[in-house]
Design a protein around this ligand. Structure first.
Ligand code: NDP
Length: 245
């Protein structure tokens, strides 16, 4: 298993779902983890629920670039290092393109694209001096295949893939790896909003014949975060039970 003993990690959007499973997986591997969510009390409560006592929760809205910068800098300063950053915070709202409102487009892009960029920027600044670090982003099968009724979300996730590849090229010289996972349909609050019929149709099309669990994705993220993936950068790892095929 990936060993993250003595490593320090940040997971944005770690209060539930894939983010919380990732926090747990990184902590199990020995990392000290800081999770973030928009509400401080919710973030602290989520952190307190992770066994091992090495997890703390802080408030952070990833659409606020100044807050992202100061929070990540403060974590690196407090612990004297920053090894892993998982830019997981994301939102999904669907609308048929003809009915889509401007503010929906704005919400998808500001959280999923700008929020991810701010997080990678702050992580890179904190990691550059030590010439080592691993950044993992949350792309999506929707960004690769498109998704009817979710064009703004799909566009934002294609953007995340572009961020992973571009910044992997840029940051390799500093020993910083940037990869993404592209989950299929995962059993979280985000997916529940799709409705039972749409979920069943997706399961039907999935060769492995089930929804993914947050832990399925977390284990792939943990692999990319650690030294077992030391020569892997700029990659998008599908965690979709074969749905993309
Ligand atoms: P959830 O809705 O269960 O969790 C989303 C997390 O993001 C929460 O912790 C939420 O925290 C946080 N968040 C949302 N907006 C912000 C913000 N502006 N600033 C900081 N945190 C924020 O989603 P999932 O666990 O399902 O998804 C996690 C990631 O995986 C997302 O990027 C999603 O797009 C991606 N993904 C999910 C798939 C799925 O099938 N579930 C498939 C493909 C990709 P809080 O509300 O406490 O602030």
């Amino acid at each position: 298993m990936t060993d993250l003993t003595d490593k320090v990690a940040i997971v944005t959007g770690g209060t539930r779902g894939i983010g919380l499973a990732t926090v747990t997986a990184l902590a199990e591997a020995g990392a000290t983890v800081v999770l973030t969510g928009r509400d401080e009390a919710v973030a602290k409560e989520a952190a307190a629920g992770v066994p091992g006592g090495r997890v703390t929760g802080v408030a952070l809205d990833v659409t606020d670039s100044a807050a992202v910068s100061s929070t990540i800098r403060a974590v690196a300063k407090e612990h004297g290092r920053l090894d892993v950053v998982v830019a997981n915070a994301g939102v999904l709202e669907g609308a048929l393109v003809g009915m889509m409102k401007d503010d929906l487009v704005e919400r998808m892009l500001s959280t999923n694209v700008a929020g991810t960029l701010y997080t990678v920027q702050a992580a890179a600044r904190a990691m550059m001096r030590k010439k080592t670090g691993s950044i993992v982003l949350l792309a999506s099968i929707a960004g690769e295949q498109g998704s009817a009724g979710q064009s703004a979300y799909a566009a934002s996730k294609a953007g995340v893939t572009a961020i992973a590849k571009s910044t992997a090229k840029e940051l390799g010289r500093y020993g910083i790896r940037v990869n993404a996972v592209a989950p299929g349909v995962i059993d979280t609050a985000m997916t529940a909003a799709m409705g039972e019929e749409a979920i069943a149709a997706n399961v039907e099309q999935t060769p492995l014949g089930r929804l993914g669990s947050p832990e399925d994705v977390a284990k792939a993220i943990r692999f990319l975060a650690g030294d077992e993936a030391a020569f892997v950068t700029g990659q998008v790892l599908g965690v979709d039970g074969g749905l993309v095929l």
